[in-house]
Write a protein that binds this ligand. Sequence first.
Ligand code: ASP
Length: 440
Amino acid sequence: MKTIVVKFGGSSLASAGQFQKVADIIRAETARRYVVASAPGKRDSADTKVTDLLYRCYDLASAKQDFAPVLAQIESRFADIAEGLGLSFDVSGEIAVIRKHLEQNPQRDYMASRGEYLNSKLLAAFLGYDFLDPAQAVRFFPDGAFDSETTNETLAAALSNSERCVVAGFYGAFADGTIHTFSRGGSDVTGAIVARAVKADLYENWTDVSGMLSADPRIVENPRTIAQITYKELRELSYMGASVLHEDAVFPVQKANIPINIRNTNRPADPGTMIMPALPGKRATRKVTGVAGHTGFSSILIDKAMMNGEIGFGAKLLTILARHGVSFEHCPSGIDTMSIIVSTASLAPSRDAILAEIEAELQPDHLSVEDHLALIAVVGQGMIYSKGVAASIFGAIADANINIRMIDQGSSELNIIVAVQEADYENAIRSIYHAVENRL
Ligand code: ASP
């Protein structure tokens, strides 16, 4: 039998009305057997996520302040859902357990996890599905890192007993049973690990957008939705700030070759974005998948005559950065020059020390730092086979009268990266997008 794992985000499960949409989606396809649920999110832009209320409650309780009004708000969120769905669910009994916990020995991750715990129990009751508490199956190492292999075995065993089950997202536990959460947005990760554990044919991630956009809609008007994207392209675009999925959600499904489909709970007929190991067809006809970027970079520029003959120059330079815990993004070089692009924020704490050490250990003829740079990535697997993509990108930037500060093309030819001054950032994104639009 085909198996689909479906994960619903907080806005998809924010109210009884949204629960009804979710149930309709699940019932429309019998293969949708395993469901991962988030805590109730915002019902409108002025609303507060239940997870944020839970953190607030914890902060108050641990400061020995009155948390009752916030806990009452949380209770009413769940009571409204239960009532709206006509479920006889003991919300006040569940809240009493949480209250007791807060009074006795409040724990931050335990509190944060209660949104997913209660929402998933409610959803399981509404659907008539089993419920699995991930504290029984999702494991973390003592240092907080996710224990993927133990989890995979335990989860597979737990779910093998269940035909249809709702699993709470976002958390798991250490071996001693203490609750631990993933980082914010972590229900995406739970969905991916459930998909791997049950060897799903597909992981559907239901949210409130109809897929991933090929550019930031705050910069480009009406960018196209990406119909298909590879895991690698997704990683490149997400790294540059295009966010649709928690970044740790890709690894488990990529390992198991399971495609991810980003879908919109409020527009279930939209096909969304399919994220897969490779694009179908030998040579992708689409050249460019998306354009994304980020501001806040600095370039350390070093000139030294005969640098190319000086064995170990680059190694010494990178060792200095490593000593200060600064990772570099790009490192374009010429025969007598080298520049290192780093995030300005990561450079800040040890900027003076790094520059002093470069002066002392490498004795450059010239050393300077250029701040206020933005990086823009044009990503697309199809660029490998295509002539002229680079020409149209650089042509468009020149036509917009923007000065390019750096060009880098990863060895995979999956992306072309350019650095421009921050002041030119949005204009550059728009120019590039319009230049490659017919190749999207
Ligand atoms: N509820 C958690 C958060 O708000 C996790 C999630 O929704 O994925 O971050």
